[in-house]
Design a protein around this ligand. Structure first.
Ligand SMILES: Nc1ncnc2c1ncn2[C@@H]1O[C@H](COP(=O)(O)OP(=O)(O)OP(=O)(O)O)[C@@H](O)[C@H]1O
Ligand SMILES: [Mg+2]
Length: 463
């Protein structure tokens, strides 16, 4: 956008002012003597001669390479800064720095090649447009005409005074052309981003009736890669908590992200309140489903605003109630400005605390469907308790899907679902599944969710 800005905002005005005065001068000079006008325009013609050389497809390609090399430098700097703790912890500063140096060297080489081809014609143009050269041409030509008696000596004066101004549009054109070409390339990159097709919104939305969620023969793969979900049939009933378990990478988070329609299934359908998600209007969907994901994102706003994100008009008491339920109220009060503390300024939160803020946000939204991707940071007992309390407070008919890494969460759930390699291996009541001794029991035994610290607080479902 900043590359497009100068062209749109400044170039029109600058070009107009650069052209109007010279064009008026030109008209006047033509009235004085047309031969002398042609002589005065010789430097301009010389300056325009190399322009075709500077705007070849090869040059444009080189210019795009320079842009890309610049982008790689920025990328390597951002990567280095964002990953600085990892780099430090593993003593890889040298190597990480090396990536930056390599990007820098590549940029210098590309830029050098580009500028080398450009510098000679550019210097020639500047020379030709410089006042001494213009005066030299005008004086020489004028002297010839005057000595032959073809021009009254006084008529030479306007050409000396105004001739210098005629070169201004060429210089302005040069800048304008640079801006135009930079803007053109930037527009290309913006178009690349905008051309990513959005999920289509339904033309005739279907209303959502209740919070029943159903996955019917759902297949899903990321960008043509291998299928992560391979035919999932699952029903989440209102008023129940379903715990989704499975080995890392089995597709649990992928499945959870289909509920708020972050993606559409490649085959099969996700139904919400009897309606195919593809036929549900966006606003209605987000009034129905709220989520807490593994990677929590808090906005640079006050904690109160963060919690009230979905319900901006919520009164303070409601915000506090949600924060209490999520077990983060006391922590917020310990901050210097309490609920007015701003994330990233005076509210420094741990991963688990941030997760609880996100949980409070989801609880305040009070949607019929709640999706919780229990992160590893939920492993802290306080957060764990908060989640259990939140899930236990099943006000009304809420449908809850929780991706569980804790035995207690699974034990408390009404239904446990084991996902292995994108297919449901087993599902049923947790206690019954354990008693049956099938795939779920074996998973629980072998690499199941970690037991809670210390004594069990579960309902006594222990392997
Ligand atoms: N954005 C993505 N693009 C491409 N592949 C992805 C993407 N997100 C996940 N995957 C792949 O999909 C598979 C399932 O990932 P997913 O995050 O659903 O696993 P998970 O069951 O939630 O694991 P975990 O318990 O570690 O959170 C993995 O093989 C992963 O590499
Ligand atoms: Mg996951």
């Amino acid at each position: 956008m900043s590359a497009v800005h100068p062209f749109l905002a400044h170039a029109p005005g600058e070009l107009v002012s650069a052209f109007v005065v010279p064009l008026v001068s030109l008209a006047y000079l033509l009235g004085v003597d047309w031969r002398m006008t042609l002589i005065t325009l010789v430097p301009v013609a010389l300056a325009l001669a190399p322009v075709p050389l500077m705007a070849t497809p090869a040059r444009l390609r080189e210019q795009r390479e320079v842009d890309a090399a610049k982008g790689r430098i920025t990328g390597s700097v951002i990567e280095f800064v964002q990953g600085i703790s990892v780099v430090k912890a593993y003593g890889g500063a040298e190597r990480a720095h090396h990536r930056f140096l390599a990007a820098k060297d590549a940029f210098v080489a590309t830029f050098d090649r580009w500028v080398r081809g450009l510098s000679r014609p550019a210097a020639a143009v500047q020379l030709v447009l410089s006042p001494p050269f213009v005066l030299l041409v005008v004086l020489t030509g004028g002297a010839v005409l005057v000595t032959h008696g073809a021009l009254p000596p006084a008529d030479l004066l306007p050409f000396l005074l105004l001739g210098l101004g005629l070169t201004a549009p060429v210089a302005a054109l040069g800048h304008g052309f640079d801006d135009l070409s930079a803007a053109g390339r930037a527009v290309g990159r913006i178009r690349d981003v905008l051309s990513v097709p959005p999920l289509p919104e339904p033309g005739h939305p279907v209303p959502v009736r209740g919070g029943r969620v159903e996955l019917r023969g759902v297949h899903f793969g990321y960008d043509g890669g291998h299928e992560v979900l391979r035919g999932v049939d699952l029903v989440l009933e209102p008023g129940t908590v379903t715990a989704l378990v499975g080995p890392s990478g089995s597709g649990k988070s992928t499945l959870a992200r289909l509920l708020p329609r972050f993606s559409d299934p490649t085959r099969g359908a996700v139904l919400l309140g009897g309606a195919d998600l593809r036929r549900v209007a966006g606003p209605e969907l987000y009034r129905t489903v709220s989520c807490v994901f593994q990677d929590v994102r808090l906005l640079r706003a006050s904690l109160a605003d963060n919690i009230a994100l979905a319900v901006p008009r919520a009164d303070h008491a409601a915000v506090v109630r949600a924060a209490r339920l999520a077990g983060v109220h006391d922590r917020i009060l310990r901050l210097p400005r309490g609920y007015a503390s701003v994330v990233g300024e005076d509210a420094g939160l741990s991963g688990g605390e941030a997760q609880r803020i996100a949980l409070a946000r989801a609880l305040l939204a009070d949607t019929p469907v709640l999706v919780l991707d229990e992160a590893t940071s939920f492993a802290d007992p306080e957060t764990e308790r908060a989640v259990r309390r939140a899930l236990a407070a099943r006000e009304g008919e809420r449908t809850v899907l929780v991706i569980a890494h804790r035995r207690e969460t699974v034990a408390d759930a009404d239904v446990a679902v084991l996902l292995v390699d994108g297919v449901i291996a087993e599902q049923g009541r947790p206690a019954e599944l354990l008693a049956r001794g099938g795939a779920f029991a074996r998973f629980w035994e072998a690499h199941g969710p970690a037991p809670a610290d210390g004594a069990s607080t579960g309902r006594g479902v222990r392997p």
